[in-house]
Design a protein around this ligand. Structure first.
Ligand SMILES: [Zn+2]
Length: 75
């Protein structure tokens, strides 16, 4: 399944590539543009985007569900 690899230090992202192609491109970008930094980007898959905003949204949704459940119990 193709993934897109996002740089954590700038706006760079690879095209949709399979892992054997995408990872070397991503690591090559770090080696060229950010040689002093450790690769710290994100992987975007076609199914699910692993980004901090998505995690935050999920957490908020869980919190709302939890609060609703507690509200129902207290009645
Ligand atoms: Zn970069």
């Amino acid at each position: 399944m193709p993934n897109r690899y996002w740089c954590g230090a700038c706006e760079y992202r690879t095209p949709w590539l399979d892992e054997p192609e995408g990872v070397p491109q991503y690591l090559g970008h770090y080696a060229r543009k950010h040689p002093a930094e450790r690769p710290d980007g994100q992987v975007e898959s076609r199914r699910f985007v692993l980004r901090p905003r998505t995690g935050c949204l999920l957490l908020t949704a869980l919190l709302v569900i939890l609060l609703c459940t507690v509200g129902v119990w207290r009645r």
